[in-house]
Design a protein. Structure first.
Length: 150
């Protein structure tokens, strides 16, 4: 698969906002990421853009399998084929959500963006959507992307 962004584009390492911050999802986030999504499966599936997906699995998954997923996301970022960012508390390392930037499964010519936040942080869904939309428009070479409205 080809790069999602031009070779000369420097991929941002973070997005800072008053309510949260984004950084690339990695192995160090495993326990907090696993706890975040496993405690919010119904909420994530009710989030715009997630209703027709098989993830997150209602039955959960072992922590080791979650770690394998995080490693895959990190490899995709290094390969520049997809970008997954964890959403963290602004002054901490607790995972409160996730953002995915990748090719659309049905139409690889389209960049698809999706995000979720934990059920107990549902009030951050719209601010995250706004911040990520602005970030992608202003700081990424992506002018045409699909991101389910909030």
């Amino acid at each position: 698969m080809t790069d999602l962004v031009p070779a000369d584009f420097t991929v941002p390492r973070e997005l800072l906002a008053p309510e949260f911050r984004l950084e690339p999802l990695g192995e160090r986030h495993n326990a907090s990421d696993h706890a975040a999504w496993t405690g919010s499966v119904a909420h994530i599936r009710a989030t715009p853009g997630w209703a027709d997906r098989r993830w997150p699995p209602a039955e959960g998954m072992p922590l080791e399998r979650n770690l394998a997923d995080l490693r895959r996301h990190a490899a995709d970022l290094e390969a520049r084929t997809a970008f997954t960012y964890t959403v963290l508390e602004p002054d901490g390392d607790e995972v409160i959500g996730c953002v995915y930037i990748c090719r659309d499964r049905d139409d690889p010519s389209v960049v698809a963006v999706s995000s979720w936040v934990r059920a107990d942080r549902a009030h951050l869904d719209a601010p995250l959507h706004r911040a990520v939309s602005d970030w992608l428009t202003d700081h990424w070479p992506l002018r045409d992307f699909r991101y389910a409205p909030r």
